[in-house]
Ligand binder design. Structure first.
Ligand code: SF4
Length: 336
């Protein structure tokens, strides 16, 4: 019997450990490089990232491996998911980062990694195993990449497949699942196909349109469900992950976790996982109400009626270190 919720995700046996921790908002998203040797027409990676050797910790552009440690502390991360591009093209960086994270947060800090398998060799797998990678997920764009999956099965980390649910292409997905069962792969994740700013023209050209949530492609959920139903009683763990989960729920859950562990006492939060605070220009000392950042004070919106101010703005921001500002409104000005 399938468990879960079709809007978020469905599974037959259990959730892979990496997904279980992601659902708690506890996975640091490590984007280690945008470089990739493949060119999938449905690739969801943005223009800002794809093909570029850039690094992001969650949503924040970073330049050093230590920035990942800082971001992991901010959210009290339980683990990390290393993605790209193809992280194997930055294997030295990946190995150094896994070592750093495990040294800092302990062996139980769970790390999973995504790759197409194109560049995975025994040397790569040996290095990843040595530094303590916990889970590897292959997105075998081509059948020949399955050779890398077979190699990976000889190591101690969990091995899974990560495939998109493409309407009309269920046959390839089913072939992969049968192969995975035969070889003893631990799990197969089936992702709802999503339209993004970068892939929408190629998807539209193939007749794929949005139907579900903000980006889910029409027919992708139904395609995933047909596959799940066909294999639900088999011994392999299958998990469908919706685009709504990836685009909205995962980010919101992670934001709420960041707020729980690193919001300042004067920062209020919303159910969407955003921070609301008042930015105040005042000649008074407001340290009883908040904190001074350069010439402005940050105070709780609850105190704006009791403080002596020249100007007050209410701002709403994302809680991660990028602090993307969603809105700002001048609510009081002495001069007006
Ligand atoms: S392998 Fe992944 S990152 Fe590379 S093109 Fe395909 S979907 Fe995009």
């Amino acid at each position: 019997m399938l468990k879960g919720n079709p809007d978020i995700g469905l599974y037959n046996l259990f959730l892979p450990k990496g997904c279980e921790l992601c659902r708690l908002g506890g996975k640091l998203v490590v984007y280690i490089t945008g470089e990739c040797g493949d060119s999938c027409y449905y690739c969801p990676v943005s223009y800002e990232r794809f093909g570029k050797d850039v690094m992001f910790a969650n949503e924040t552009h970073v330049s050093s491996l230590l920035d990942y440690i800082y971001e992991a502390y901010r959210m009290n991360a339980l683990g990390a998911g290393i993605t790209g591009g193809d992280p194997i093209l930055a294997i030295d960086r990946v190995v150094s980062l896994i070592r750093l994270l495990k040294d800092e947060f302990g062996e139980e800090f769970h790390i999973h990694l995504y790759t197409s398998g194109r560049y995975v060799t025994n040397d790569v797998l040996r290095e990843l195993d040595k530094v303590g990678l916990d889970e590897i997920r292959f997105h075998p764009v081509k059948e020949e990449y399955l050779k890398a999956v077979e190699k990976a099965l000889k190591y101690s980390f969990d091995v899974g497949l990560e495939i998109p649910a493409i309407p009309g292409e269920e046959e390839y997905a089913e072939k992969l699942i049968k192969w995975a069962i035969e070889k003893g792969v631990k799990f197969v994740n089936i992702n709802e196909l999503e339209l993004t700013e970068r892939n929408y023209q190629l998807l539209n050209a193939r007749g794929f349109k949005i139907s579900h949530g903000v980006a889910g492609v029409k027919g992708s959920f139904e395609s995933a469900l047909r596959i799940l139903r066909k294999f639900e009683d088999s011994k392999i763990a299958l998990h469908y992950c919706s685009s709504v989960y990836k685009d909205i729920v995962e980010t919101r859950t992670r934001f709420l976790r960041i707020i729980k562990y690193s919001a300042k006492p004067y920062e209020n939060y919303t159910g969407e996982g955003t921070i609301v605070r008042a930015i105040v220009k005042s000649k008074e000392d407001l340290s009883d109400y908040g904190e001074k950042e350069r010439e402005f004070w940050s105070v709780s919106p609850e105190f704006v009626n009791v403080i002596n101010a020249d100007e007050i703005w209410l701002v709403e921001e994302h809680p991660d270190s990028r602090r993307l500002r969603i809105s700002e409104k001048l609510v009081y000005s002495k001069s007006k």
